[in-house]
Every structure is written in structure tokens, then in C-alpha cells.
Unconditional design. Structure first.
Lengths: 99, 133
């Protein structure tokens, strides 16, 4: 039973490996400047970020200016995770319970 | 077949990401220890980060910072790096919550081994907690 289960797991992992490696072979060649990922969006950020946001670092200008809402809700994700950790560890039965 | 190998060698950062993802999947599936399962999930997340950041690279490009580059430099794509900052925050949140859950499970069952937890559940309640219907 255990042997069959392990064989099935290895088969599943090999299947995942085959799928992702076949996908890697179909991706555009690494490091070329005309890849589809370097489209007009990235060009706009590289050309205009200094004038539009005043940040020397373009990653900073994206995170804190162009996509500031993303960063704001990211902090909410962090806050919720902290809250969940505190609730998980400080409530319920066990020695960590609040009186 | 040699064409496939050549494409894989050209895309070697993506290949490393794919192998890391497979290692993470295998770890999650095979290890009964919950900490090791969480490590597998983290390895998979690192693979995704590597894939994204590598996709933004240009050979011979410089980091997208104005102060360190001279006039005619080719900047690499800053967008995948910025997006992966968000991804890292989500990864840290998930890891923290999962660790908290593992600590609670350890307090309740005295072990982090999933098979032993299932066995203890079966002892106490009579069912293994999987078929609730």
C-alpha cells in the first residue's frame, strides 16, 4: 500500500516536471530585448518614471507611485496575516488562552 | 530532441525555476512532517519569484536605477521585480500563518507528523476527519 502510494506520488511529481519543462522549452529566449515581456508598459516606466515620480529607482516609482494602491492593500494583507497569527496563537483551549 | 535541449539550455534560469518548483511539489507530497511541507511550499514560491524576475532580465542590461547608469545604458524591465515585491509579502504572510497553525497543532497533538495527527484523531473521535459527509 505504502509502496503503491509512493510510486503514484513519484509519477505525479514526474508529470509536473514534464509539464513545466515542456513549458520552459516553449518560453521566449532568455535575456533578449525584444521579448514580449518588454512591451510598451515597461518602456513607459523606464522612459517617464524620473519625470513623473521623481524617483531615481524605477522599482521604487512603480511600487510607491504607479501601483500605490497595490502596495496599500499589500500592507492590509500583512496586517490581516498578523491578526490571524495572533488570533490563532492566543485564543482557544490550551495554555495560551486569555483569561 | 536536441532542439528541445538547446531551448532548455538557452532558458536555463527558467529551467532552474521549473526544477525548484518540481522539488517543492515533491516535498509537499511526500513528507509527512508539516514543517517540511511548509518548506516545500516556500521552495515553490521561490521558484515563481525566480521565474518572474528572470523573465524581466536583458543580457547586458543594467539595474533600473538612474544614479548607477551612464547615459546610453539598456535598463532591464523593472515591472517583474516590483510585482515580486508584492509576491514576497504574500509569501511571508502565508508562511507566518501556516507556522502559527503548526504551533497550534503541536500544542493540541504533541507532534507535527501528519500521519500521527490523523492516527490520534482516529483514536479520539473514531473518524480520521477526512470524510465528513
Amino acid at each position: 500500500m505504502r509502496v503503491i502510494k509512493n510510486l503514484l506520488l513519484i509519477l505525479l511529481a514526474l508529470l509536473v516536471a514534464y509539464a513545466v519543462i515542456m513549458t520552459v522549452a516553449e518560453l521566449p529566449p532568455y535575456g533578449q530585448p525584444d521579448n514580449p515581456v518588454h512591451n510598451q508598459v515597461a518602456k513607459r516606466y523606464i522612459d517617464e518614471a524620473l519625470e513623473e515620480t521623481g524617483a531615481l529607482n524605477m522599482v521604487t516609482s512603480i511600487v510607491l507611485d504607479y501601483r500605490a494602491y497595490d502596495t496599500m492593500f499589500e500592507t492590509i494583507v500583512l496586517f490581516t496575516a498578523t491578526l490571524a497569527v495572533v488570533i490563532t496563537l492566543k485564543t482557544g483551549k490550551g495554555e495560551g488562552r486569555r483569561k | 530532441m536536441s532542439g528541445l535541449l538547446e531551448k532548455l539550455l538557452i532558458n536555463y534560469p527558467y529551467l532552474v525555476a521549473a526544477l525548484l518548483f518540481t522539488i517543492g511539489t515533491f516535498t509537499v507530497l511526500t513528507h509527512p512532517n508539516l514543517f517540511k511541507k511548509l518548506l516545500g511550499i516556500n521552495i515553490m514560491e521561490s521558484a515563481i519569484f525566480l521565474l518572474f524576475v528572470a523573465s524581466g532580465n536583458i543580457r547586458g542590461g543594467v539595474a533600473p536605477i538612474r544614479a548607477v547608469a551612464d547615459g546610453e545604458a539598456v535598463y532591464i524591465n523593472p515591472l517583474p521585480s516590483a510585482l515580486m515585491l508584492t509576491g514576497i509579502v504574500v509569501s511571508v504572510s502565508v508562511t507566518a500563518f501556516a507556522l502559527a497553525l503548526i504551533v497550534r497543532l503541536y500544542k493540541a497533538y504533541g507532534t507535527t507528523d501528519m500521519r500521527r495527527i490523523v492516527a490520534r484523531r482516529k483514536e479520539v473521535t473514531g473518524d480520521d476527519g477526512f470524510d465528513q459527509n
